[in-house]
Design a protein around this ligand. Structure first.
Ligand code: 13P
Length: 251
């Protein structure tokens, strides 16, 4: 049985003391959530060490939002996978649409980052998703399949045990415009099919695929009821512990 996960992507929000308080509130409320639901908080780099101290020994796992595509050395401003491991990160998000759109993240870089992250013992939450133009042109299945293949087809079935996919339609991120449960489900099923073609049905069936984009307590239940939606990658609503936990209670 694949793992259910609700992950909060804090993006570039909160200063360190606020992030620490948010993590404490999430930990405090996490007991309400059924044990089989994995809880993850993806904090900014500056927050990782103090938030790690808060979540240590709890059921809440720590994630970064990105990592460098190089191992170490003269890469000013970058943060390596070893640095993330050294502050007890369990996951890193990779390929978020905001990084693809604003910071020139390419599939080739994502392959390198994923390779380094897995080698360091990090789990990867790989984001894919079409933009509004692509959706309106009816290219969403193609775009998401291509993005998934471009990165994940470079890895093995064994690697897939440490990879989570997040489908985040760009037009639904931060817009209040959620994909309908049916729209999300048909893309999740497509991603699973793409995984099955390369890795076989069992690996596809075991891979956690999250939905992200204006997910909140009021719409999470409908989304999570879909057979191929295994949880959420939450932006805005993850900044309030009550909303984040409310979403995690929606299975
Ligand atoms: P919102 O939940 O704010 O739409 O953001 C989704 C997202 O991008 C999570 O990574």
């Amino acid at each position: 049985m694949r793992k259910k996960i609700v992950a909060g992507n804090w993006k570039m929000n909160t200063i360190v003391p606020e992030g620490v308080e948010l993590a404490k509130a999430v930990v405090a409320k996490s007991a309400e959530v059924p044990a089989e639901v994995g809880l993850v908080v993806a904090a900014p780099f500056t927050h990782l060490a103090p938030v790690a101290a808060v979540v240590k020994g709890t059921r809440v796992a720590l994630s970064a939002q990105n990592c460098a595509d190089k191992e170490k050395g003269a890469y000013t401003g970058e943060v390596s996978v070893d640095m993330l491991k050294s502050v007890d990160c369990e996951y890193t998000i990779l390929g978020h649409s905001e990084r693809r759109q604003y910071y020139g993240e390419t599939d080739a870089k994502l392959v390198e980052k994923t390779r380094l992250a897995l080698a360091a013992g990090l789990k990867v939450i790989l984001c894919v998703g079409e933009n509004l133009d692509e959706r309106e042109a009816g290219k969403h299945f193609q775009v998401v399949s291509d993005q998934t293949k471009a990165v994940l087809y470079n890895f093995s079935a064994e690697d897939m045990k440490n990879i989570v996919v997040a489908y985040e339609p760009v037009w639904a991120i931060g817009t209040g415009k959620t994909a309908t449960a049916e729209q999300a489900e048909e893309i999740h099923a497509c991603i699973r099919k793409v995984l099955a073609e390369k890795f076989g049905a069992q690996v596809a069936d075991d891979t956690t695929i999250l939905y992200g984009g204006s997910c909140k307590p009021s719409n999470a239940k409908e989304l999570f009821a879909m057979p191929d939606i295994d949880g959420g990658l939450i932006g805005g609503a993850a900044l309030k512990a009550d909303d984040f936990i409310g979403i995690a209670l929606s299975f």
